[in-house]
Design a protein around this ligand. Structure first.
Ligand SMILES: [Fe+2]
Length: 295
C-alpha cells in the first residue's frame, strides 16, 4: 500500500510502501506521479537498486535524456550519470562535491523535467553531503509586486560556467572534457516560467548557471541576479535532504532549484542520477535534437 508522507519541511514528501526493485504497474505509479506534482521532491528510502532498476523506474516519469556531458556517463549506461565527487574539491572550503543553487541543465536549450538521484554510497550525515531544495514557485509567489512586474518579461542568459569568474565556475568547467564543453552554449530563458503541468509561475534564476539578464547593463544585471538569488535562498523556501544509503530522491526540475552542501571526503560518496526529458516552457525545441532512450 503506497503511503505519501509529507516531509517536515515547506514541501516534499516521502513515498513508503513501494518496492522499486519490482516492476510497477501504471495504477501503482499514478499516486507517485500525483505526489511528484504536488510535493515537488519525493524521497524513497531503503531501495537497493541496480542501474537497470533505477533506469526502469525513472522511465515511468518521462523518457530519459542521454546527458550531453558524455564524460560523466556511469558504468556504460548513457541514461545514468555519475555525479563528480573526489575530483570536485572546493578550493576555498576544502569540501567535496559542493555546488550552489541551480536547476539542472538550464544552460541547455531544453532544461530537464526532473531528476532521480540515487545514493549508492553515502557518508554519515555528520560528515555533510546533504542536498538542499528550493521551491521556486513559492519563491515567485512571495516576490514583492514591483519586483514581479520588473522581471515579468525579462530573459536571462544561462551558460555552464555561469558568471565565469567564481571559484565554482572554474572548478566545474575543469570537470568536463573539452569535447563536452564545446557542445554547450549560451542560452536565453525567461526569468519567469510557467510550470507546464501546474500552470503556476516560478522564478527561473538557476544561480550557478546565471550569466546575464538580456537588455540590462552588466552591473545592473549582476545586481538583479544577486538580489533574486538571495531572495530565493531564504530558509522559508528550503528543505534539506540528509542522505541515507539506498535513498532515491526524485525532483521536479521545473519547480525547484537544488544545491549540494558538500562533504568532508572521509567516507566514499557515490551518487548516480537519471535525467527526465523536459516538456518545457518555451518552444525552441526545434533547434535542439534530443536522443531518447526509447529511440
Ligand atoms: Fe544539479
Amino acid at each position: 500500500m503506497i503511503d505519501v508522507r509529507p516531509l517536515d519541511a515547506p514541501f516534499g514528501a516521502e513515498i513508503a510502501g513501494l518496492d522499486l526493485t519490482k516492476s510497477i504497474s501504471a495504477e501503482d505509479f499514478r499516486p507517485v506521479h500525483d505526489a511528484f506534482l504536488q510535493y515537488g521532491v519525493l524521497v524513497f528510502r531503503d531501495q537497493e537498486l541496480t542501474p537497470e532498476q533505477h533506469i526502469a523506474f525513472s522511465r515511468h516519469f518521462a523518457p530519459l535524456l542521454i546527458h550531453p556531458i558524455e564524460s560523466q556517463w556511469a558504468l556504460g549506461y548513457p541514461e545514468l550519470l555519475q555525479v563528480p565527487d573526489r575530483e570536485n574539491v572546493n578550493a576555498d572550503t576544502g569540501k567535496i562535491a559542493q555546488l550552489p543553487w541551480h536547476s539542472d541543465l538550464t544552460y541547455a536549450e531544453r532544461p530537464c523535467l526532473g531528476v532521480l538521484l540515487y545514493g549508492k554510497e553515502v557518508p554519515p550525515s555528520s560528515e555533510g553531503g546533504a542536498t538542499g531544495f528550493v521551491d521556486i514557485i513559492a519563491v515567485y509567489d512571495a516576490l514583492p509586486a514591483p519586483l514581479k512586474a520588473r522581471i515579468e518579461n525579462l530573459e536571462m542568459l544561462h551558460r555552464f560556467e555561469g558568471d565565469g569568474e567564481s571559484e565554482v565556475a572554474k572548478r566545474i568547467t575543469a570537470l568536463i572534457s573539452p569535447e563536452d564543453y564545446a557542445k554547450l552554449g549560451v542560452t536565453p530563458h525567461p526569468l519567469v516560467i510557467t510550470h507546464p503541468e501546474l500552470g503556476r509561475k516560478a522564478l527561473n534564476i538557476s544561480c550557478l548557471y546565471a550569466y546575464q539578464i538580456v537588455g540590462l547593463e552588466p552591473e545592473e544585471s549582476r545586481q538583479l541576479i544577486a538580489e533574486l538569488s538571495a531572495f530565493a535562498a531564504q530558509d522559508r523556501f528550503v528543505l534539506y535532504h540528509e542522505w541515507r544509503r539506498f535513498d532515491l530522491v526524485a525532483w521536479d526540475n521545473r519547480r525547484t532549484m537544488h544545491c549540494a552542501t558538500g562533504h568532508s571526503g572521509k567516507y566514499p560518496r557515490i551518487m548516480q542520477k537519471t535525467t527526465l526529458i523536459g516538456d518545457f516552457y518555451r518552444d525552441i525545441s526545434v533547434r535542439h535534437e534530443l536522443h531518447t532512450s526509447a529511440a
